[in-house]
Design a protein around this ligand. Structure first.
Ligand code: MIC
Ligand code: SF4
Length: 646
C-alpha cells in the first residue's frame, strides 16, 4: 500500500509507537523554533532540564512578538534570550529581523525534516514539505534536549486542489474557503488531522502561497498541514541561495488517505472572515461597502515579498483616503530589503501607508488598536474578540489583494473591481542579509546569561491529590480561545516571563472578577464547552490559572495544544460525557472528585460529584498512560526529573 507524504516523514522520524490513527507516537525533532513571547519560558524550562547544549540539528530563537521595548521587562527578556541562545547552541534572530515563520521559511526550513515550534503557526513551514508542528513551550524545551515529541497519530486528509485560481483570488481565499460553511471545516474541523495538499492545482502555487494555506491550517485546529517538496520548492530555495537544502518529498503514486477533500480553485472568489472568528466567512461581495477605519497588512499569513509587491502595485500613484489608516508590516527584513530594491517601498510610502518594522505588530495587539467600535480589515489569521486591543472593535480577515483594493476606497472592496490583474515577477535571487541572525557562541563557557528582575521562576504544581474539591469559578461557552483565557497586547506581553504577574490578567476581558474570585475561593474548577483553548500555543494560559489555584478543567472538548499544555502544567483536563453533563453544572457549584490517583493509574473514567446539585456526573480524563504519569508527577518537568532518576 502506497504511503502519503505525512506518513513517510512521520515514519522516518518514529521513535516509539505505531502509526495508527489516534494512537500515541513519539517522533524525533530535527529543528525547533521559539519566539520571544513563549521563548523565555522555553529556555527557563530548558535550563532546568540541565543539558549543556541543544541536541537538535538546528534551534532558532526569534524576537518578533514584543519588539516595542516600552519597559525594562521587554528589553531584559531580549537580553536573556540572546545570552541563553549563545550559551546553549541556538541561533538568535534579533528584533527587527522578522516574524519567526517567515524568516524560518526563508532561511532554515528543510523539506522532509521535522520542526517543533512554540507558536501555533509553526505549520507555515509545511509549505516547504516539512512536518512542522506548533506546541507548548515545555514540549519544545524537551525536544531541544533530544527527547521525542509525543502526539496522537493524526488522521491524514488529502486536500486535492483542482484547476487554478482566477485573477484577484489568492491562497488566502483557499484557506478561508476551507474554514467557511461551504468548505465545511470550521475552527474545529482539523482537530486530530494533518491536511496534505495535492492534485494538479498545487503546481501553480508558489511557496509563500502554499505557506499562507499551511499557516492558517492552525485556524482549522489541525495538527499540521503539508505540501510536497517539488520543483516549485527547489526554485524557492534557489532564490534563497539554498538550493543544496532541497530534496524531493512526494507521496507515493498509490498513496492512501483516510479522507479526501476536493477544492476546485476555479470556483473560488475573494472571501473574508467576519468578526469574531476565522470561520465566520462570507464572500467579499456580500460585505462590500462596509466602512473601514483601519487596514493592517502583514502577519505570518500574508507578508511575503509577493504579497507586498501586489499591494504596492495596487497603491502605486494613488492616495489612501484620510478616513482610513493603513499599516504594512513586512514579514522579514529580507522582504523589506527586496521590496525596497524593486521600488515598491517608495510606492507604499507614496500612497500614505505607514510602514512598520518587520514583526507581528498589530496581529498580537502590539499597537494599532482600532478606535472604539472601529472596523479593521487585516490580512492576518485571527480575529478573536479583543485581540486587536479594542474590546468592541470589529475585525475582518482577508487577502492582501482585498486589503489593498479596500485601502484605495476606505470601504471593503472586492479586488476584482480593480480590473486587469496585476502580475508580480517572482523574486529571482533575493538579497540575502543574515546580519541580524546571531550564531551561537563558539566558546559557551564565556557566555554569561543575563536575567533581569522580571524573569521569575516557573511555578510548579505538586503531584495531584487523591481528592479535588472546590467551586466552579467560571462557566464558559464553546470555542473559548487562549486570547480569552490570557490576553496578549502591550500591557500583558511584558509579563510573559513572570507567571505571578501575568496571572492578574486571566480572563480579563471575559470576566474581570475572575482573578479575585479565584483567590478568594482558593482556586476551583473551570467549566467550558467544545474546543476549549483554541488558538495560541501560549502555555501561560495553563500556567496562570494553575498559579491562581485552578485544580482541573472540565470541558466538552479541548483544542490540541492547550490540552497538552494543561497536562504539562499538571492540570487535569476532563472531558464531560454527553451534552447533558455540561448543563448539570453551573458557576458557583461545588464539585468533588475522589479516588483520582487510583483512577489515573488504572486509566478509568471518573465521577464528579456536584455537591450543590446532588448529582453524579461522568467524566473521562482521556489520557495516554504517559500523560497520566505526567499528571501524577505534577507536570512534565517533575516527570522528566523522575524519569532521569530511574
Ligand atoms: C498568536 O498568534 O496567537 C501568537 C501570539 O503567535 C501565539 C503565541 C503566543 O501567544 O505567544 C501562537 O499562535 O501560538
Ligand atoms: Fe505573530 Fe500574528 Fe503570526 Fe502569531 S499569528 S506568529 S502574532 S504574526
Amino acid at each position: 500500500m502506497g504511503k502519503n507524504l505525512a506518513q513517510k516523514i512521520l515514519q522516518a522520524h518514529l521513535v516509539s509507537g505505531e502509526l495508527k490513527t489516534g494512537s500515541e507516537i513519539g517522533i524525533s525533532i530535527d529543528q525547533t523554533l521559539t519566539q520571544d513571547a513563549t521563548g523565555t519560558m522555553v529556555y527557563l524550562q530548558f535550563e532546568s532540564i540541565g543539558i549543556p547544549r541543544v541536541k537538535t540539528k538546528l534551534s532558532v530563537s526569534y524576537v518578533d512578538h514584543n519588539t516595542l521595548q516600552t519597559s525594562l521587562e521587554n528589553s531584559d527578556d531580549h537580553l536573556y534570550l540572546q545570552t541563553v541562545a549563545a550559551r546553549y547552541g541556538i541561533y538568535y534572530s534579533r528584533p527587527g529581523n522578522g516574524i519567526c515563520h517567515q524568516v524560518h521559511l526563508e532561511r532554515f526550513a528543510i523539506p522532509g525534516q521535522t520542526l517543533l515550534g512554540s507558536d501555533s503557526h509553526t505549520p507555515t513551514c509545511g509549505g516547504l514539505g516539512m512536518i512542522a508542528i506548533g506546541a507548548g513551550g515545555l514540549d519544545v524545551a524537551v525536544a531541544m534536549s533530544g527527547s521525542p515529541f509525543f502526539l496522537a497519530t493524526p488522521r491524514i486528509v488529502l486536500v486535492k486542489l483542482l484547476g487554478h485560481l482566477r485573477p484577484w483570488v489568492s491562497a488566502k481565499d483557499v484557506i478561508l474557503h476551507l474554514l467557511s460553511a461551504s468548505g465545511g471545516l470550521t475552527v474545529k474541523g482539523g482537530v486530530g488531522k494533518i491536511f496534505e495538499y495535492g492534485g494538479p492545482g498545487i503546481r501553480r502555487l508558489s511557496i509563500p502561497e502554499r505557506s499562507t494555506i499551511t499557516n492558517m491550517g492552525a485556524e482549522l485546529g489541525a495538527t499540521t498541514s503539508i505540501f510536497p517538496s517539488d520543483e516549485v520548492s527547489r526554485q524557492f530555495l534557489k532564490t534563497q541561495h539554498r538550493e543544496k537544502d532541497w530534496i524531493e518529498q512526494c507521496p507515493d503514486k498509490d498513496a492512501q488517505y483516510e479522507e479526501e477533500l476536493e477544492v476546485n480553485l476555479d470556483s473560488l472568489e475573494p472571501l473574508i472572515a467576519l468578526p469574531h472568528s476565522p470561520d465566520n466567512v462570507r464572500t467579499v461581495k456580500e460585505v462590500a461597502g462596509t466602512r473601514l477605519s483601519q487596514i493592517c497588512i502583514g502577519s505570518c499569513t500574508n507578508s511575503s515579498y509577493s504579497d507586498l509587491m501586489v499591494v504596492a502595485k495596487i497603491l502605486k500613484g494613488k492616495t489612501i483616503p484620510p478616513e482610513v489608516s493603513v499599516t504594512i508590516s513586512p514579514g522579514s527584513r529580507q522582504v523589506l530589503e527586496n521590496i525596497a530594491r524593486e521600488g515598491a517601498l517608495e510606492d507604499l510610502i507614496g500612497a500614505g501607508a505607514r510602514v512598520l518594522e518587520p514583526a507581528c505588530g498589530p496581529c498580537i495587539g502590539m499597537g494599532q488598536a482600532p478606535p472604539s467600535g472601529g472596523v479593521s480589515l487585516r490580512t492576518f489569521n485571527r480575529n478573536f474578540r479583543g485581540r486587536s486591543g479594542t474590546p468592541d472593535a470589529q475585525v475582518y480577515l482577508a487577502s492582501a489583494e482585498t486589503a489593498a483594493a479596500s485601502a484605495l476606497t476606505g470601504v471593503i472592496t472586492d479586488p476584482r473591481e480593480l480590473g486587469k490583474p496585476i502580475k508580480v515577477k517572482p523574486l529571482h535571487r533575493a538579497i540575502i542579509d543574515d546580519k541580524l541572525i546571531v550564531p551561537p557562541a563558539v566558546d559557551p563557557s564565556k557566555v554569561e546569561i543575563i536575567r533581569g528582575p522580571n524573569i521569575k521562576e516557573i511555578p510548579k504544581r505538586g503531584p495531584i491529590e487523591d481528592t479535588l474539591e472546590g467551586e466552579v469559578l467560571i462557566k464558559l461557552k464553546d470555542n473559548v480561545s487562549t486570547d480569552d483565557i490570557l490576553p496578549a497586547g502591550t500591557k500583558v506581553l511584558a509579563f510573559r516571563s513572570n507567571i505571578p504577574a501575568i496571572s492578574r490578567f486571566t480572563f480579563e476581558y471575559v470576566d474581570p472578577d475572575f482573578v479575585n474570585r479565584a483567590k478568594e475561593k482558593k482556586g476551583g474548577f473551570i467549566l467550558a464547552g467544545t474546543n476549549y483553548g483554541q488558538g495560541s500555543s501560549r502555555e501561560h494560559a495553563a500556567l496562570a490559572p494553575m498559579h491562581l489555584g485552578v485544580k482541573a478543567v472540565l470541558a466538552k472538548s479541548f483544542a490540541r495544544i492547550h490540552r497538552v499544555n494543561l497536562i504539562n502544567a499538571g492540570l487535569l483536563p476532563l472531558v464531560l460525557e454527553g451534552e447533558a453533563s455540561y448543563d448539570q453544572i453551573d458557576q458557583g457549584d461545588c464539585l468533588r472528585l475522589k479516588g483520582l490517583r487510583e483512577a489515573l493509574k488504572e486509566g478509568k473514567g471518573l465521577t464528579v460529584t456536584n455537591v450543590t446539585k446532588r448529582k453524579e456526573i461522568l467524566v473521562t480524563p482521556q489520557l495516554t498512560p504517559r500523560e497520566a504519569a505526567i499528571i501524577l508527577a505534577g507536570g512534565l518537568l517533575n516527570h522528566q526529573v523522575e524519569a532521569g532518576k530511574k
